[in-house]
Write a protein that binds this ligand. Structure first.
Ligand code: NAD
Length: 311
């Protein structure tokens, strides 16, 4: 059945792909974004766009009462681990209070059947005791960004318990793909690709043997489409495959024909050494698994950035 879906952060990297996927699936889409890191041109023209800050509780309330969404995909957030170490209170305000504002507005509207939430598998498990991490791993965020996401998860669960608001929390692995910000502080694939295509020097933090779970953005968008229809609770979204940063560097260097030597800088303190996710629960709840291979996903990403440069 077609839904009327409010996508917060729909002008951002992941949110804009989710908007596209919802529209393709036949849903109506409303986007809320304050364009802090998002861009107006990312927003599909078939969606209704509101430039609004999720810290504006009254504005959200008015919008929710007017638009009466039947589902919400909450993607808006400050999403950078290092930024959160510099400005922890700001991260708590945008990510936690912003989420509460959305929950309160949804409760007031009374039309929202289900909330999807962009959580993080990369920053919530810390140095996981077992890898690949399952949802049963005790969460242990190492930074305010991860803590803000875990806290938001708890608030979301409060609203199911007290008001019956159904949810699916999706803990994303390291997402990459077209439209990620190559000048941001997070998103190693976009940062390396941007630098390599422009022939700029780029640096691998530490020895580059850190392992992450790289998930193509199209797979994340597809999981959101599934989660509107089915699935409850918390689901990791990942490939389950660990890939080290040196491999990402070399693969992108090959695809971009980058010839500068591999350079290493100091390791970033406090980072988990290895995180990769078991997405078995997403398989069962959402009938979802990652489908885009790393080679294919990286090559689509390079093609996108190369195309942008050519414009
Ligand atoms: P992004 O920065 O591209 O997207 C975030 C969007 O939220 C932007 O469009 C931004 O303008 C908007 N936003 C920020 N503050 C806002 C505010 N106060 N009010 C309204 N809009 C606001 O980042 P992304 O990588 O696309 O992340 C999307 C979501 O996925 C975030 O919740 C992030 O925490 C989560 N996530 C991302 C990754 C990843 O690897 N990129 C991994 C795990 C979880």
């Amino acid at each position: 059945m077609p839904e009327r879906i409010l996508v917060t952060g729909g002008a951002g990297f992941i949110g804009s792909h989710i908007v596209d996927a919802f529209l393709t699936a036949g849903h109506e889409v409303i986007v809320v974004d304050n364009l802090h890191t998002g861009h107006r041109e990312n927003v599909n023209l078939a969606a209704r766009f509101y430039e609004l800050d999720i810290r504006d509780a009254d504005g959200l309330m008015r919008l929710m009462l007017a638009e009466k969404p039947t589902a919400i995909s909450h993607q808006a957030a400050l999403a950078d681990v290092r930024g959160s170490l510099r400005e922890p209170a700001l991260y708590a305000t945008v990510n936690v209070v912003g989420t509460i504002n959305i929950l309160e507005a949804a409760r007031a509207a009374g039309t929202v059947r289900k909330l999807l939430f962009a959580s993080t598998g990369g920053a919530i498990y810390g140095n996981a005791e077992e890898l690949p991490a399952t949802e049963a791993c005790p969460p242990h965020p190492l930074d305010p960004y991860g803590s803000s996401k875990l806290s938001s998860e708890h608030f979301i669960d409060n609203y199911r318990h007290n008001y019956g608001l159904d949810y699916c929390i999706l803990r994303y692995a390291n997402v990459y793909g077209p439209r990620q910000d190559p000048r941001g502080e997070a998103g190693v694939v976009a940062i390396f690709t941007g630098a390599m295509l422009e022939g700029r020097p780029t640096v691998i933090n530490g020895d580059g043997t850190q392992q992450r779970d790289f998930l193509y953005v199209g797979d994340v968008a597809r999981a959101n489409v599934r989660a509107v229809e089915q699935g409850q609770g918390i689901c990791n979204l990942g490939t389950g495959v660990p890939t080290d940063i040196n491999t990402i560097f070399r693969e992108l260097a090959r695809l971009t024909e980058y010839e500068q030597p591999e350079r290493h800088g100091p390791a970033k303190q406090g980072e988990a050494y290895a995180v990769y996710l078991d997405a078995g629960r997403a398989g069962r709840e959402l009938d979802w698994q990652a489908t885009v291979s790393l080679t294919d996903g990286l090559s689509r990403t390079v093609d996108f950035f190369a195309g942008q440069q050519g414009q």
